[in-house]
Each structure stands twice: as structure tokens, then as C-alpha cells.
Design a protein around this ligand. Structure first.
Ligand code: AMP
Length: 395
């Protein structure tokens, strides 16, 4: 990938794919992390005198035109405030009016296209839509690591139509995560949680080739426990993945990887914030209970394994951390990772990042990825379309 600082941007119209898919509440941005993550690229272009055209998706609109609920207007307001000058919001992602706004841009000015997913052609990686986007600019920059695993028009197709560069965030994400595929310092400990085994099976498989220990928590641990013959009651389980879970346990054994599963859990009879909870060892579960967090003995076991690590990768909460009675396991893991002073610690996107923020620990992690899906796909060893498209050999 060629990074943006290999280019003289003065006067050029630069089309930048950013990931402004931020959480909104009642029309305001509740977390501006993703907007701030794109600032190094935006400021570099602004200082260099580029005419900047930003584009992003936001949420999951129907793809049938403008939907106010998914407008990027709140993002334009926040970005205007941060940059200290007005960001112009285009009325649509492409079209004659947008072209006129692009043509009128002065050096250093910023235009934000409206939500790319208002146009159904974005998710189809449509060549004509990509051509309409490319027409707006002289150069393309991808700085949307969080969307780099999607072969969408603004990520993939458009990169073949203009000289294409990586923004600073995309470059930083790839250059920080990719070495974990090589020979990271050992012990290498990975912690995986979240709801579904089916979502994580590829990364489990890939990590078993590389890690010294793999700690599993979250809803997905119950498919493993059931496959081993434990009663899991009403806990989350994907029965059709039990066989694959057993294969992963065998693989861990044959590779000499320590695969840790919970030894106790925080259980409740029903799923609610105020449900009475019990701490049960895994052989005490009965069919009336559901497991909603790893228990204290497991937290201790996992914290001890983490304490020995020189490289840590964490993705996915250990329990339903959004509810106080089920947050302790995720908190214990977050604290154990944050406590490492002499290790390379990487947290991959999504819920683990919001858990870190809830516990005020995000600044004590070596690297917090802005892309959950993209970081996992990269670490599975599956090429990211957004990164591949920037590779000069693809042009
Ligand atoms: P994912 O979207 O797959 O990364 O999963 C994240 C979600 O998994 C979070 O919203 C958690 O509340 C949920 N989760 C974690 N542990 C459990 C569990 N034991 N039972 C049900 N949901 C869980």
C-alpha cells in the first residue's frame, strides 16, 4: 500500500473513504472515537491544501434513498466543531448537485457526502456507482479500516478507478495487526468472547496455529461445554457447531495450545438486569439456569494466564457486560490486560472496546483497533478487499 504522505496533495481533489459509522442517540453522536481516528489523515490533507471529499456509511438504511434517521448531518456537525470550520454536507452520495459542490471546493475545504448506503449500488460494489464517486476527485484514499473487510463500491471498486492510497489510520491498523500473523513475542495469549461460535470459528482455527493459550468466554463457551457433555441449561448454544467445537479442542491438544474454558459461571434463571444470580461450577448447572458471565474462579484463572503473556489479543466480552450483575468477568479480563506493562496488547474492536471504555481502561491498552470485523478477518489471514484494492499489483 502506498501511504498518503507519498503524494503532493496541493490543489488536488481527494476522495477519502472514512469510517464514520458512529453510534447515534436522538440525532446526536454519542461516541466520536471513529471521527477522531480519521483526523490525522483529514488534517494532513487540509494542511497540504487538498480539496477534501469525505464519504462513509452510517448504520443500515434500507438502500432506497434518503432516510433522515441515517443522515450524516450529526457527523458533519461534530466534525465542523472539531476542525473549527464548516464541513459542507452533500444532499446525496453522488449526482449533479454533489458534483457541483465538489467542483466549487476551495483548497483545505471539506465536503462530506451523504450516507453511501442510501444508494443500493454501494453494497453491490457496483462499477457505475464507483465511477460516479471517482468522477468527483483526482485521487482516492482509504482510511476506513472498520469497513476494509467489505467489498463495497466505496472501498473496493472505486480504488481501481483513481490513483489509490492508504490513509494514516488504515496504515496504522494494518501495520500493527499484521505482525500478529508472523512471529509475535511469546507467550501469545488470545481471549475470545461474544455471543456466537459460528462468528468466531475461523479466528479460533487460525489462532490455534499461532497462540500459546486461547481463553474462551462469552455466550460461545457454552457450545464448547455442551460438546464436552456438560449440562448448560438455557445458556446460548449453537448445537450444529458442537462437532466443530470438539475439533477445535482436539486441534488445541495436538498443537500443545492451552485452550481454557470456564470452570464456573454466573447464572440466572432468566435474562434480566435484576434477575437473582448464582455462581455455579460448570458441573452444577441445571436445565432451569442460563450462564451469563464467567465466574470468579474462571476470572482468576484467565487473569493468571494473561499475566504471563508477552502478546495479547482480545476480542469479545466474557459475559453480558452491558448488565451490572454480568460484567465482572469482562472487567477482570480488561483489568488483567490493562495491567500488563511489558507486553504488546491489542484489543480488536466492537464490544470489547466499549467494555474498556465503560471500565475507563481504554488508555491502558497498547492498541485498540477501530474495526471489529476487519481486525478479526485480517488475523484469520483472509485478505481484506479494501487493503487488496490498494495494492499496486491490482491496478
Ligand atoms: P458479539 O456481537 O458476538 O461480539 O457478542 C457480543 C454480545 O454477546 C454482547 O452484547 C454480550 O452481551 C453478549 N454475551 C456475552 N456473553 C453472553 C452470554 N453468556 N449469554 C448471552 N449473551 C452473551
Amino acid at each position: 500500500m502506498l501511504r498518503i504522505d507519498n503524494l503532493d496533495v496541493k490543489g488536488k481533489r481527494v476522495l477519502v473513504r472514512v469510517d464514520f459509522n458512529v453510534p447515534l442517540s436522538e440525532g446526536t453522536v454519542c461516541d466520536d472515537t471513529r471521527i477522531r481516528a480519521a483526523l490525522p489523515t483529514i488534517e494532513y490533507l487540509r494542511d497540504g491544501g487538498a480539496r477534501i471529499i469525505l464519504m462513509s456509511h452510517l448504520g443500515r438504511p434500507k438502500g432506497e434513498g434518503h432516510e433522515q434517521e441515517y443522515s450524516l448531518a450529526p457527523v458533519a456537525r461534530v466534525l465542523s466543531r472539531i476542525l473549527g470550520e464548516q464541513v459542507i454536507l452533500a444532499p446525496a452520495p453522488t449526482g449533479p448537485e454533489v458534483e457541483a459542490l465538489g467542483a466549487a471546493l476551495k483548497e483545505g475545504e471539506v465536503l462530506l457526502l451523504e450516507n453511501l448506503r442510501f444508494d443500493p449500488r454501494e453494497k453491490k460494489n457496483d462499477g457505475e456507482f464507483a465511477a460516479e464517486l471517482a468522477k468527483l476527485a483526482d485521487v482516492y484514499v482509504n482510511d476506513a479500516f472498520g469497513a476494509a473487510h467489505r467489498a463495497h463500491a466505496s472501498v473496493e471498486a472505486v480504488a481501481h478507478l483513481l490513483p489509490a492510497y492508504a490513509g494514516f489510520l488504515l496504515d496504522l491498523e494494518v501495520s500493527t495487526l499484521a505482525p500478529l500473523l508472523g512471529a509475535p513475542e511469546r507467550p501469545f495469549v488470545a481471549i475470545l468472547g461474544g455471543s456466537k461460535v459460528s462468528d468466531k470459528i475461523k479466528i479460533i482455527d487460525a489462532l490455534l496455529d499461532r497462540v500459546d493459550a486461547l481463553l474462551i468466554g462469552g455466550g460461545m463457551c457454552f457450545t464448547f461445554l455442551k460438546a464436552q457433555g456438560y449440562e448448560i441449561g438455557k445458556s446460548l448454544c449453537e448445537d450444529e457447531w458442537q462437532e466443530k467445537a470438539l475439533k477445535m479442542l482436539e486441534k488445541a491438544q495436538s498443537r500443545g495450545v492451552q485452550l481454557l474454558l470456564p470452570v464456573d459461571i454466573v447464572a440466572a434463571a432468566y435474562f434480566a438486569e435484576d434477575a437473582p444470580t448464582r455462581i455455579l461450577s460448570i458441573d452444577e448447572m441445571d436445565e432451569s439456569m442460563m450462564g451469563l458471565d464467567i465466574g470468579p474462579a474462571t476470572s482468576e484463572l484467565y487473569a493468571r494466564a494473561i499475566a504471563r503473556a508477552k502478546t495479547v489479543l482480545w476480542n469479545g466480552p466474557m459475559g453480558v457486560f452491558e448488565m451490572k450483575p454480568f460484567e465482572a468477568g469482562t472487567k477482570a479480563v480488561a483489568k488483567a490486560v490493562a495491567a500488563l506493562s511489558d507486553a504488546n496488547t491489542v484489543v480488536g474492536g466492537g464490544d470489547s472496546v466499549s467494555a474498556l471504555k465503560t471500565f475507563g481502561l481504554e488508555n491502558r491498552i497498547g492498541f485498540v483497533s477501530t474495526g471489529g470485523g476487519a481486525s478479526m478477518q485480517l488475523l484469520e489471514g483472509t485478505p481484506l478487499p479494501g487493503v487488496e484494492a490498494l495494492s499496486p499489483k491490482n491496478d
